[in-house]
Design a protein around this ligand. Structure first.
Ligand code: NDP
Ligand code: GDR
Length: 389
């Protein structure tokens, strides 16, 4: 059987790296587009790198950018992919308020560039396209009054950020090219998904990294924004499996990928700190609210870290280790996201392996190891990254 060829935009990101692993496992030749940067940005896929001088290379990166049509056309022409996964995007919702035009160009028009390239090259019947759509299309329940209390494939959209607005263009242009040109182009409407490879400025990773750093005496305090937001969090490893399944169907369709459970940011914090045996007490209100270290369970601490309690930590009992910084609030917020994955479960046969507890455990175990590595470096007199940012 002929080896399948996939092209992944955003391969250096969280999802791109897991998807590349999955497709390599399935025997694909995987091509990815990476951006040229002044320093290395391929840490998440470095373990997949193959020396191009070797025979039968299955993994290859190409320099490119979703803002550059000629580059996209040339890569697609060269690679001749059977499947394109368009995961490249400026994906941070808060940052999209700072550079909305760039986000529209990459996340919105970037999608069009991929679709047009396939059409210009006459590959409409050969190449299947996955578009990374998002639950941010729906917005929160507060504004999206016509929603049923959860979101599925028939729910109305109400984006609440330049990111959401750009992605809604990506969604509709994908659907339009499917209908207009008969292309196998699908939207996966994915709810939040996290992992040890999640970018450090997204809330879950920020929490697990800071929890590990505070527990191990490397950081004093965690500054956060809105603790009341609710998110439907899954594991990225499960979600890239759904992307693959969407492109293996007989007919091109759009699918919601979610867990069907929603959790407050505040409760995610509690779960992360519980992992290391810390109990948090909440005091104050609004931006004056703080999370105080109420107690420590020594056995749980030891089980999680493999170490006896760090002496600095015992001195921090009854002090605030979580504070609110209004800088992290968004001009318009999405209050609640909850997805209904019925269609993906029945039609794709998609079954997630991780629940939220499994996700938190995976992220905490990984971040504890990372912080312990930095502890050793620090003890050896080497400079380590700034844990207060
Ligand atoms: P990441 O932010 O981890 O990765 C984004 C990727 O896009 C990176 O490889 C990044 O490159 C690349 N990229 C950014 N700008 C450009 C550009 N101009 N040209 C080419 N590539 C670019 O995101 P995730 O892996 O978490 O998400 C993958 C996709 O899924 C994104 O489109 C995101 O919007 C969407 N999504 C994510 C969800 C989630 O919860 N994770 C939920 C729903 C949708 P670099 O490494 O150089 O920055
Ligand atoms: P989100 O993810 O905006 O849902 O977008 P993020 O983790 O950034 O925020 C989730 C919620 O946490 C609140 N929050 C904070 N967020 C960040 N980043 N930093 C903080 O300090 C903080 N404090 C509270 C936010 O206000 C928000 O309510 C993610 C991205 O991956 C998108 O690309 C994707 O499309 C959606 O998920 C689905």
């Amino acid at each position: 059987m002929k080896q399948k060829v996939a092209l992944i935009t955003g391969i250096t990101g969280q999802d791109g790296s897991y998807l590349a692993e999955l497709l390599l496992e399935k025997g694909y030749m995987v091509h990815g587009i990476k951006r040229r940067a002044s320093s290395f940005n391929t840490q998440r896929v470095d373990h997949l790198y193959q020396d191009l001088h070797e025979h039968r290379v299955n993994f290859k990166l190409h320099y490119g950018d979703l803002t550059d049509s000629a580059n996209i056309i040339r890569i697609i022409q060269e690679v001749q992919p059977d499947e394109i996964y368009n995961l490249g995007a400026m994906s941070h919702v808060k940052v999209s308020f700072d550079s909305p035009e760039y986000v529209a160009n990459v996340d919105g028009i970037g999608t069009l560039r991929i679709l047009e390239a396939v059409r210009i090259l006459g590959m409409e019947k050969k190449t299947r396209i996955y578009q990374a759509s998002t639950s941010e299309l729906y917005g929160g329940m507060e504004e999206n009054k016509n929603a049923k209390g959860f979101y599925d494939e028939s729910s109305p959209f109400y984006p609440r950020s330049p990111y959401g607005a750009a992605k809604i263009y990506g969604f509709w242009i994908t659907k339009n090219y499917r209908e207009a040109y008969g292309m196998f182009a699908c939207n996966g409407i994915l709810f939040n998904h996290e992992s040890p490879r999640r970018g450090e400025t997204f809330v879950t990773r920020k929490i697990t990294m800071a929890t590990a750093a505070i527990a191990l005496g490397m950081q004093d305090c965690l500054y956060l924004g809105n603790l009341e937001a609710l998110r439907d969090w899954g594991h990225a490893k499960d979600y890239v499996r759904a992307m693959y399944l969407i492109l293996q169907q007989e007919k091109p369709e759009d699918f919601v990928i979610a867990t069907g459970k929603t959790t407050k940011v505040r409760d995610f914090i509690i779960m992360a700190f519980e992992h290391v045996g810390f109990k948090i007490r909440w005091e104050g209100q609004g931006v004056d609210e703080v999370g105080v270290l109420d107690s420590i369970d020594q056995e749980m601490y030891q089980a999680a870290t493999g170490e006896a309690i760090h002496p600095d930590i015992l001195q921090r009992l009854n002090t605030a280790i979580i504070k609110i910084d209004p800088a992290y609030f968004r001009p318009t917020e999405v209050d609640l996201l909850l997805g209904d994955p019925t269609k993906s479960k029945t039609q794709l046969g998609w079954v997630p392996e991780y629940d939220l507890e499994g996700l938190v455990t995976d992220m905490m175990q990984s971040d504890i190891k990372l912080v312990q590595k930095d502890q050793h470096l620090k003890a050896g007199g080497y400079q380590v990254l700034n844990y207060f940012e």
